[in-house]
Design a binder for this molecule. Sequence first.
Ligand code: ATP
Ligand code: MG
Length: 394
Amino acid sequence: MKEVILCKYGEIILKGANKSTFESILLREVKRRAKAIGNYSVRYMQSTVYVEPMDEEAEELIGDMYDQIKHVFGFAGICRAAVCEKDMEVIKKTAVEYLRDSIPMGVSFRGEARRSDKRFPLDSPAIAAEVGGALLEVRPDLKVDLKNPAVTVRIEVRDKAAYIHAGQDSGAGGIPIGCAGRGLLLLSGGIDSPVAGYMMMKRGMTLDALHFESYPYTSELARDKVMTLAHELTEYSGKMRVHVISLTKIQEEIRDNCNEDYFTLILRRFMMRLASRCAVENYCPVIVTGESLGQVASQTLQALCATESVASVPVFRPCIGLDKDEIVKISRAIGTFETSILPYEDCCTVFTPKHPKTRPEIAKIEAEEAKLNYDALLEDAWESRYTVTQNQFE
Ligand code: ATP
Ligand code: MG
C-alpha cells in the first residue's frame, strides 16, 4: 500500500495574483528538505503539496519526512494518507488495510468524505457510509458517532487518486520563509529573542542573527549556547548566519567613564548602532529584537525610544505585547526553552547598574556618551566581527 504526505495550504490560499510566487517558494522549501532525506516526488495541486516516496528507502523514512514538514511555514494542516485508485471497492479495501490496526479499541468514529472529482459515481455521504461500513465489519468494537467521534476517517477523492487518513496534524502555520524580505535578529542567549526570531520567520522573513559577546566577561559557553539556539531555529529556516561582535572594550570604557545609572542604556545604543550597520551590510532592511514592553528597566517606553533613536533602520519587536508566560509557552513549543535557561552570562548582565534609569532623558544619555571616544570605540567593535553559519542540512 502506498502512503503519501498531504500538506494543505494555510494563508497562501487567500493570496491573489502573487499566489504562484508563494507556492514556488513553499515548494522549493519542501523539495530542499525532501532531498536531504531521500527520493521523494514533491508537487502541488488544488492548494495541497503532495510528497510521495519514490523508492522503498523513502517509504521507510516517511516519518522523518513528516517531521521535517511540521517545521515548514505555510501549511495549515498536514497528514499521512494511504493513496489508491478511485474505485469504491479499492477505496474500501485500502481503508480497511490502512486503518484496521491503528484505531484504538472501542472508540467512536465517523467517516467523512470529500469529492473534488464530481465525476466519481458516489456522492460524499455515500462514500463515507461505504467506508464506515467496511471498517465496522472488521472492527465490530468501534461505534459510529456522527456528532462527536473520537476518530474521523477521511476519504478525499481528488483529481488523480483517492486518499484515506484518520487524523490531520496542525501545520506550522504562517507564510513560507523567503516571502517577506530579510531581517537581522539580535540574538542573546535568553528566552525572548529566539521566540522573536521564530515569530518573524513564521511571517515569512529570512533572518541573519547578530550576537554581541563580551569575552572574558561572557564565556565561550555563552557563545556556544547562542550558536545552539541559532541551530535550533534552523529547524524552521534551514540555515542561519550568525554574526558576532565583541563589546568588551566598549563595556570597560562605559564602566570606567560613565554614570552607572546609564550603563545599560549607553550599551544598548551602541548595540543599535552596530546592529544597524550590520543590517545594512547584510542586506537586512530591519532589525528584530525580543524586547517586550515594561519587562525590564531597559524596556520601558522611554528606554525603548532612547535606544531606537540611534538605529538607522526600523526595529521590529514581535514580543512587544506578550507577557513573559506567553513567550515561555512559545519557547517551549518551538524547542528553544531548555537551551535558553542554561545559566550563562549575557553582555547585558555584565556591569549592570543598581538603579537603572527607567525614564531616561536623551540629553543626559548624550552627555554621558560624550565622555567616551565614541567613534573609535564603534569602529573597534565593528572590526571585531566574524560570522558563523548554522546549517540544518549539513
Ligand atoms: P532575551 O530573553 O531575548 O535575552 P531579555 O529579557 O533578557 O531578552 P534583554 O537582555 O534586555 O532582555 O535584551 C532585550 C533584547 O536585546 C533581546 O531580546 C535581544 O534581541 C537583544 N539582546 C540582548 N542581549 C543581546 C546580545 N548579547 N546579543 C544580541 N542581542 C542581544
Ligand atoms: Mg537577554
